[in-house]
Design a protein around this ligand. Structure first.
Ligand code: BG6
Ligand code: MG
Length: 215
């Protein structure tokens, strides 16, 4: 028997590289508002909701903005972002993702998706992974985004799996914190696997995930 009964994947930056589209869309908005925005600030947006991301960007804004204006700008950002998502295809799935998911499924492991994004289902459709998950919970299903554990707790409920038997795969610090706040172990993927030693496992290639199960 394996230590984990389910794997809950983050979407942006784990299943596919949508982060660059988020960055470009925010950069567009920041330039229009004449706000300094760079890759360093962008790192703080990983895993957090659209409005919380905008609040972080607005830390560099000199003026005042009403809630109504904030909604207008975040809607505009989402339009830019979705026009980029409309170009996505299965080619945008990160290397090894499908093979690893298929292998885990063959071993009887349940697969879940826990994302802060309200565009998650659209992205899954674009990359044709709609049918790969036993449970999907996204930004439309939650009140609090990562580092709050809500998205992972709700995904675990959909999978009917206890927190201690779920392994979360994340590329954001906020996501690792969310997993831990939900009493779940976490495998850090991508650059945080190098820069942070907060997670139980650090994986550099997706196939490393299989070693977590097979050791
Ligand atoms: C997360 C991203 O997956 O989704 C964040 O890491 C983003 O950067 C958040 O802000 C919300 O995304 P969306 O698609 O609802 O604007
Ligand atoms: Mg992510």
């Amino acid at each position: 028997m394996y230590k984990y009964e389910a794997v809950i994947f983050d979407l942006d930056g784990v299943i596919c590289k949508t982060d660059k589209y988020h960055y470009l869309a925010w950069k567009h908005i920041a330039d229009e508002l004449n706000i300094e925005f760079n890759q360093e600030i962008n790192k703080r947006l990983l895993g957090v909701s659209r409005m919380e991301s905008f609040d972080i960007i607005l830390e560099k804004y000199q003026g005042q903005m009403t809630d109504k204006e904030k909604i207008k700008w975040t809607d505009q950002k989402n339009e830019y972002y979705r026009s980029m998502l409309s170009q996505m295809s299965p080619d945008d799935i990160l290397p090894g993702v499908k093979e690893v998911m298929e292998s885990l499924r063959c071993d009887g492991i349940k697969l879940g998706l826990g994302s802060s994004s309200k565009n998650a289902k659209y992205i899954l459709h674009q990359i044709q992974l709609d049918d790969y998950f036993d449970g999907v919970c996204d930004g439309n299903d939650i009140t609090h985004s990562k580092p709050n554990p809500e998205v992972f707790v709700k995904t675990a409920q959909l999978l009917q799996c206890e927190a201690s038997r779920c392994l979360v795969v994340e590329d954001a610090i906020a996501g690792i914190e969310a997993a831990h706040a939900g009493c779940m172990d976490c495998a850090a993927f991508g650059s945080i696997a190098i820069s942070s030693l907060k997670a139980e496992y650090n994986i550099h290639a997706f196939s490393d995930l299989l070693a977590v199960f097979r050791k």
